[in-house]
Structures are given as structure tokens and as C-alpha cells.
Design a protein around this ligand. Structure first.
Ligand SMILES: *Cc1c(COP(=O)(O)O)cnc(C)c1O
Length: 425
């Protein structure tokens, strides 16, 4: 890298350091262009994106169909607020409801807002339909969850970095071990005030933890038995990422019969975000059937930007891309290939202890202590070798490329990853 080249990246990094709050610790690479599975830095170096903005860019960077939708709608009508009707929202809501097979959508913007929406919806349902006493509703959550950054959400996180000195915390949550069906039954059978069970079908931020087979089905069955709402946070796992339209799949419109895993669960409340817009715009939403969503009345909840015409146009285009380009099927096929190739490497290596995941949401676990910086150093070297990934909690590296990847590109990435790991061992 020449001195001049160093300057462009360093300038951008220095500005962020000086004028931006230090709420992230980015990998030092400054991007200014993206197309499909690739991004470019300000010096013109090309990389495979193996994070996809935490699975927001499942459809690939700057997908022409999604970009066209942003352009067209922002030139026509961008925002009305919900004080008036607009001609985009209704058709969009119909499309999303038919796509995911629910009666109603409550449109929001970010994932955390959608989680908040689901929690409010669940509580109100519990008071008005289940008949719980005022302020008594409790919602079960899982240890090591990640549901976003709002005050209520971090109240039931157990990540000290996310929580410490942000109290006082919101009451009404019970934490149980993830992937432990007995722990769930124990709470449900002993506590009459449980309104819902909030769960990630695969724990993404925690390090791509895939629950044991049948866990989600059994959890849903228990929720039914105790009249408790099963709330799936599919902000990261949803929209084709795990090789099916939804990680809970359920009665979804995914045609992919050969996909992995057996969960076939329809959540009572489904939370979506991230890839709903393919990364072009913040779009999230909560889906539920009428008997639940009907508790929401005018004034109970809202958002100035939620369901705006640009969001409606963008999300429609983004979901059409997922369907038309068969991204769930591609993620399923390439994910199997990825894990089998990485497993071949693992047999020869001491450095990586395992690869796990579903579809193209995968992680490798580095065989080193949790507080070592090996995963970070590997990500730095992957960057040098043309592939961008980021460590998650512990010594774990998540691999989540855009789902528009081809098999040849994936094999190219596998060779970059294994070559880099070999440099380390
Ligand atoms: C990213 C994420 C969220 C929060 O989404 P934001 O858009 O960042 O607020 C919530 N739940 C899960 C599972 C996520 O991965």
C-alpha cells in the first residue's frame, strides 16, 4: 500500500474517531462501493463481503431491482406519515401477509423497534385475551439472546457490555437457558403470568448457535399447551438466510423441500427486519394473525416512518428478488457445500475446532481462549486476502455472505479462508 493510498482510508477512519461516538469497533477497512457479493475500499481493492451487514444484504449489494424501487418511489412520494393513507402501504401489506402467510403486518423500521412492537403486542394480548392481571405479564427470553439495543431489550440481555450502567431495567422478563426444553416447561408449568416466549431460531450474535433438532417444535407445542405466544425473532435468520424462507419455516411459501433441519413451526408473532429491504433502507415488521393483532387500536403504537411508501416499494422489490432468484434454495445448497469444504480443512487443523450453521449463516469456532484476539487477527488477515468477516462473541467468526453468490465464488472464498487459516496454524 502506498503512502497516498493509506491516506484515503486513514482520513476516513480519523474523522469517525474524532466526530463519531465510539459505539462500534469496526475492522479497519473503508468501503465506498458494493455490487452483488463484492465491496470495494476507497483505494479500489475488491473484497468478498462475508458479513452482508449482519444479513441485511441477503439480496447482494445494490441489487438493480431494489435500487430502481428506491429511485422510483422516492421521486414520486416518500413520506406521508400514517396520518393519511398512501397508495403503497395496503398493497405492500397484502403482499407481505401472503408471502409469509399471516393475517396482518405492523410495519416498523429497525429490528429493535420490531422486537419492541412484538413485546407490546404480546403483553396487550395477554391482558385482553388471556386475562392476566394488570402489569403482571411476564415474557420468557433466552440466555445469550440478541434482540437489539433499546432500554427494554437490553434489560433482558445478559451481555454486561450491552447492559452495564444503562439501568434501571424494564421488569417482566424471565431468562432461561437456550435450547433447553425442560427449562421452558419448568417456567410455564409454575408461572401463570407468562404471556410469551421470545426466541431466535438460531442465536446469531451469540455465535450462530443452532438448537437441537425438534427444540422449536417442542417449544411451540408447550406454548400452545400453556396459552403463551411463541414469538420468533427472525431479524437475522429470516428471509432465506438459513436455506429456507424462514428458519422456523412453518407453512411458508418456500418451495425448497430438501432443506436442512426439521423445524416446521408457525410462530404466533414473527419479527422481521434486516433483509426485508435488502439493505437499501431500514424496513422491519411484525406479523401475526387477526386474533392477536386485533388488540392493537389507533394510538396504541406507531412510527412516523413505519410503512412509508419508499419502505413499501423497497421491501416488495427485495422480497420479490428472494423469491424470483430462489435465494433460499441457493443458500441451502451453498451452505452445505461451505460446511463440507470447511470440515475437510478442520480435519487437517488444530486452529479451528468446528464449523456450524444453517444455509449461509455459519460460524467457525477458533480453538483458543475466549478472550484471545486470534479471531480478530484472522479477520484482519482475511481482509488482506480479500474477504471481509467479523468476530462475534468469544473466539468465533461468523460467515454470512450475500445469498446471490455462485458456487464458483463460494469455492473461491473457501480457498481464501483455508489459505488464511493455514497461514495462522
Ligand atoms: C440485528 C438484530 C436485531 C436488531 O436489529 P436492528 O435493526 O439493529 O435494530 C434484533 N434481533 C436480531 C436477532 C438481530 O440479529
Amino acid at each position: 500500500m502506498s503512502v497516498l493510498q493509506e491516506t484515503a482510508s486513514q482520513k476516513a477512519i480519523d474523522l469517525e474517531n474524532k466526530y463519531g461516538a465510539h459505539n462500534y469497533h469496526p475492522l479497519p477497512v473503508v468501503l465506498n462501493k458494493g455490487e452483488g457479493v463484492f465491496v470495494w475500499d476507497v483505494e479500489g481493492k475488491k473484497y468478498y463481503d462475508f458479513l452482508s451487514a449482519y444479513s441485511a444484504v441477503n439480496q447482494g449489494h445494490c441489487h438493480p431491482k431494489i435500487v430502481a424501487a428506491v429511485k422510483k418511489q422516492s421521486e414520486t412520494l416518500a413520506l406521508t406519515s400514517r396520518a393519511f393513507y398512501n397508495d403503497m402501504l395496503g398493497p405492500y401489506e397484502k403482499f407481505v401477509c401472503e408471502f409469509f402467510k399471516f393475517d396482518k403486518l405492523l410495519p416498523m423500521n429497525t429490528g429493535a423497534e420490531a422486537v419492541e412492537t412484538a413485546l407490546k403486542l404480546c403483553r396487550k394480548w395477554a391482558y385482553e385475551k388471556k386475562g392476566l392481571g394488570e402489569n403482571e405479564a411476564e415474557i420468557i427470553v433466552c440466555e445469550n439472546n440478541f434482540h437489539g439495543r433499546t432500554t427494554t431489550i437490553i434489560s433482558f440481555s445478559n451481555d454486561p457490555v450491552a447492559r452495564k450502567n444503562f439501568g434501571p431495567y424494564t421488569d417482566g422478563f424471565i431468562k432461561i437457558e437456550y435450547d433447553n426444553i425442560d427449562a421452558l416447561e419448568k417456567v410455564l408449568s409454575s408461572n401463570k403470568n407468562v404471556a410469551g416466549f421470545l426466541v431466535e431460531p438460531i442465536q446469531g450474535e451469540a455465535g450462530v448457535y443452532v438448537p437441537s433438532e425438534g427444540y422449536l417444535n417442542k417449544a411451540k407445542a408447550l406454548c400452545e399447551k400453556y396459552n403463551v405466544l411463541f414469538i420468533a425473532d427472525e431479524v437475522q435468520t429470516g428471509i432465506a438466510r438459513t436455506g429456507r424462507l424462514l428458519a422456523t419455516c412453518g407453512d411458508c411459501s418456500c418451495e425448497n423441500k430438501g432443506c436442512e433441519g426439521t423445524p416446521d413451526v408457525k410462530p404466533d408473532i414473527l419479527i422481521l427486519g434486516k433483509a426485508m429491504s435488502g439493505g437499501a433502507y431500514p424496513v422491519s415488521g411484525v406479523l401475526a394473525d387477526n386474533h392477536i393483532m386485533d388488540v392493537i387500536k389507533p394510538g396504541n403504537h406507531g412510527s412516523t416512518f413505519g410503512g412509508n411508501p419508499v419502505a413499501a416499494a423497497v421491501a416488495t422489490a427485495a422480497l420479490e428478488v428472494v423469491r424470483d432468484e430462489k435465494l433460499a434454495e441457493n443458500a441451502d445448497r451453498l451452505g452445505k457445500l461451505f460446511r463440507s469444504e470447511i470440515n475437510k480443512y478442520i480435519e487437517t487443523s488444530e486452529l479451528v475446532s468446528l464449523v456450524r450453521g444453517r444455509g449461509l449463516l455459519n460460524a467457525i469456532v477458533i480453538n483458543d481462549s475466549e478472550d484471545s484476539d486470534t479471531a480478530w487477527n484472522i479477520c484482519m488477515r482475511l481482509r488482506d486476502n480479500g474477504l471481509l468477516a467479523k468476530p462475534t462473541h468469544g473466539n468465533i467468526i461468523r460467515f454470512a455472505p450475500p445469498l446471490v453468490m455462485t458456487e464458483a465464488q463460494l469455492l473461491d472464498c473457501v480457498s481464501i479462508i483455508t489459505k488464511t487459516l493455514t497461514e495462522f496454524s
